[in-house]
Design a binder for this molecule. Structure first.
Ligand code: GSH
Length: 222
């Protein structure tokens, strides 16, 4: 039995979806975000030193595993080899590429945008506010914004020729890529990226995805 340590409105929603796709037995332990800081409550630190979600525990192997990419690789390797291309093929390296790209290249500028936007809105002495705003706007304009746009153009181009990230085969890489893309969709930016938006809609129409939404609770990106 797998235990998933889940946080509301977070990346761990995609792990519930994968568990549903794999039809393995699992239970969810729910953790909550602090309403003010948006950080996870301390209960997650008892599960893993970094106190972040997702984390899974598998009692078959007595292993605790953190980091979405590792969790997806572990679950696919252990319970659903059909969700990854054959080792060593071109499709397999595509799979590896998108598995890493999601958290390694796409998420960092997205998180930066989120933090800077929150910083601009947070309370501070009135005389600091215009300076903080200007710095935040400049970083978004010159760094995170253009990086996100370039990545989305790249993804759009890939999805204009591919139904899923590894071509015709639905894989764990689609699960890993779903979170940043549905988070992007929720901001409206994907109106300029029709193939990427179509991918998100395809994901949202899957029965296992819908079942996962019912189990996960609060989720702002679907
Ligand atoms: N790269 C990690 C990121 C983990 C992460 O930052 N999770 C967020 C939820 S989306 C979290 O736990 N935030 C709460 C906190 O940092 O206290 C992964 O993909 O698992």
């Amino acid at each position: 039995m797998i235990t998933l340590h889940h946080l509301n409105n977070s990346r761990s929603q995609r792990i519930i979806w994968l568990l549903e796709e794999l039809k393995v037995d699992f239970v969810i332990e729910y953790h909550k975000r602090d309403l003010k800081t948006y950080l996870a409550e301390d209960s997650l630190k008892k599960v893993h030193a970094l106190g972040k979600s997702p984390v899974i525990y598998d009692d078959q192997t007595d292993m605790t595993i953190a980091e979405s990419g590792t969790i997806i690789e572990y679950l696919v390797h252990t319970y659903g080899q059909h969700l990854k291309p054959e080792l060593g093929t071109a499709a397999y390296w595509q799979y590896q590429y998108w598995m890493h790209f999601s958290e390694g290249s796409l998420m960092p500028p997205m998180v930066m945008n989120l933090v800077l936007t929150k910083m601009k809105e947070s309370p501070m002495p009135f005389f600091v506010k215009p300076i903080a705003r200007k710095i935040g706007d400049q970083i978004i304009k010159q760094f995170s914004g253009p990086n996100i746009k370039r990545s989305l153009e790249f993804i759009e181009d890939h999805l204009s020729n591919n139904m899923w990230f590894c071509g015709d085969q639905f894989t764990g890489a689609d699960v890993q890529m779903s979170f940043p893309l549905e988070a992007s969709a929720s901001t409206g930016i994907l109106k300029d990226f029709p193939n990427t938006l179509a991918f998100v809609k395809r994901v949202h129409a899957l029965p296992a995805y819908k079942a996962a939404l019912e189990k996960g609770g609060e989720y702002a990106y679907a």
